[in-house]
Design a protein around this ligand. Structure first.
Ligand code: HEC
Length: 448
């Protein structure tokens, strides 16, 4: 992930500053530390250590709430993006204390890319409070003390449940999709991006069904996946459709494409064969589906990003023809993706920024889910803008001297703004009644 240069610089300054500076950070952010820190830090900076946060009392609760969904032993996947180590035990976390401090200080962890102005807007946001950040940093600076194991918080249920259910946090799937053959990576391979098909046979899925959830469980070296199955993307949690909401999984036989990114450290003995499992659970008969969740890709086409351009942008507008409630957005670009913006102008002329992603990261293509879906009256105009960095200053840019066009391979670029909304007009499907919306025409150009 890229961090802005000033942030790196600031943090390096912080690293080398004496502990008195740290004490002020702690103060200024009102960490849950005692007032003694305040007194001690003024006279005697070293005393910070005495009252330093401990792993069991202060750090582990923060890890459970903000990090454990990813950093756990089974390496549970978030849309294929697997955390490289567990942080659940004192041993696991303490040996990485400095790395943890720098990751949270520089905002790399927990991964989240919406601008600060959206705090509280998205139900799946991952944000550390200033006090929590300060606690993690102070703990690392104090040498990562363990404290008293007796005060450790209980292991959260989602972790025990995951182990109990063989890695499936939502329960055993009704349908599991995987590649017919493992995909093998040689010793000297670090990264590879490939489109791999998986087959859904008529036996696996004889009829259309309503989806309740989609979850991935992956083999080693799977870095991320983009596919049409439930729209799971890198860095995404299992996708769950609430009561009354669903979309249809069409019957086999057919193929589903998975746009895969495999990644590992190269070196002798690192060759590995791997696979994925997409586990799908369907809705129970009798549930009324009042809203078929729909979506639309706002494709900006055609695009041509000149070689060396550091902030090339393009936009398009989309007019809503009926009243909807917006459920989520997901901007999608490839390695040169830099920033994204969704703005709306209502029929009365009022204008609003619905989502600003100032630092887009290819590895973290978050879906931004509105906690309270904005109501969008017919006639509103959504303006969707993307920025790319095709210069050599972009460390992810494979070919800074080449103009780039839209294309499926990761070294080409994409320009999608996916959005999910529900039409205010209700539908009246009931799971099990055999009725489904007519299949949509396949739209060209999508990659999920
Ligand atoms: C959504 C899943 C997820 C969550 C939540 C998450 N991480 Fe991570 N973390 C990852 C993945 C995946 C990587 C490896 C890829 C990367 O660095 O982006 C990673 C890498 C790291 C690294 C090493 C790389 C670096 O940037 O220094 C640290 C340290 C880290 N995480 C700490 C944390 C801490 C502390 C929290 C909680 C405050 C946290 N993470 C929350 C998924 C997650």
């Amino acid at each position: 992930m890229r961090a802005a240069t000033p942030t790196r610089l600031q943090s390096r300054l912080l690293d080398s500053a004496p502990s008195i500076l740290l004490a002020f950070v702690v103060l200024a952010t009102a960490a849950p530390l005692s007032a003694q820190v305040q007194v001690a830090s003024v006279d005697l900076p070293a005393a910070v250590t005495l009252d330093a946060p401990t792993f069991y009392a202060d750090v582990l609760p923060i890890i459970h709430e903000n990090c454990a969904s990813c950093h756990q032993p089974s390496g549970l996947n978030m849309g294929g993006n697997v955390a490289p180590f567990s942080l659940l035990t004192f041993e696991d976390a303490s040996r990485r204390a400095r790395m943890i401090a720098s990751a949270v200080r520089e905002g790399r962890m927990p991964p989240w890319s919406a601008a600060d102005m959206h705090k509280g807007t998205f139900s799946n946001e991952r944000i550390l409070e200033d006090g929590e950040k300060a606690t993690l940093i102070a703990w690392a600076e104090a040498g990562a003390p363990a404290g008293d194991p007796a005060v450790a918080p209980p292991v959260p249920e989602f972790l025990t449940a995951a182990v109990a259910m063989n890695g499936w946090t939502r329960g055993e799937p009704d349908l599991i999709i995987e590649f017919a053959e493992d995909f093998c990576l040689d010793d000297d391979l670090r990264d590879i991006y490939v489109d791999l098909p998986a087959t859904i046979t008529a036996e696996m899925l004889p009829e259309d069904r309503w989806i309740k959830s989609v979850e991935y469980r992956n083999g080693p070296a799977v870095h991320h996946i983009i596919s049409a199955v439930g729209g799971l993307v890198p860095g995404a949690a299992p996708r769950v459709y609430d009561d009354g909401y669903s979309r249809v999984m069409r019957a086999g036989p057919r193929e589903v494409m998975f746009n895969m990114h495999f990644n590992k450290e190269p070196g002798p003995g690192t060759a590995v064969c791997t696979n994925i499992q997409a586990g799908i659970i369907f809705k129970e008969p009798g549930e009324e589906i009042s809203h078929v969740t729909g979506g639309n890709g706002l494709f900006i086409m055609p695009i041509l990003i000149p070689a060396g351009a550091s902030s090339y942008s393009a936009s398009r507008e989309y007019t809503f023809e009926e009243d909807v409630e917006l459920l989520s957005f997901m901007p999608h670009m490839h390695l040169r993706g830099k920033a994204a913006l969704y703005e709306i102008t209502y029929p009365d002329g009022k204008h609003e920024t619905l989502l600003h992603v100032p630092n887009y990261a290819f590895n973290w293509q978050h879906t931004y889910k509105f906690a309270e879906p904005p109501k969008i009256p017919a006639g509103s105009v959504l303006r969707f803008t993307l920025w790319w960095d095709n210069s050599e200053d972009n460390p992810n840019n494979p070919y800074p001297t080449v103009d780039v066009k839209w294309g499926r391979p990761t070294h080409a670029e994409m320009s999608q703004g996916y959005m999910n909304f529900r039409k205010m007009e209700k539908t009246a499907y009931v799971v099990g009644d055999g009725n489904f919306p007519a299949p949509r025409e396949r739209r060209r150009g999508g990659d999920r």
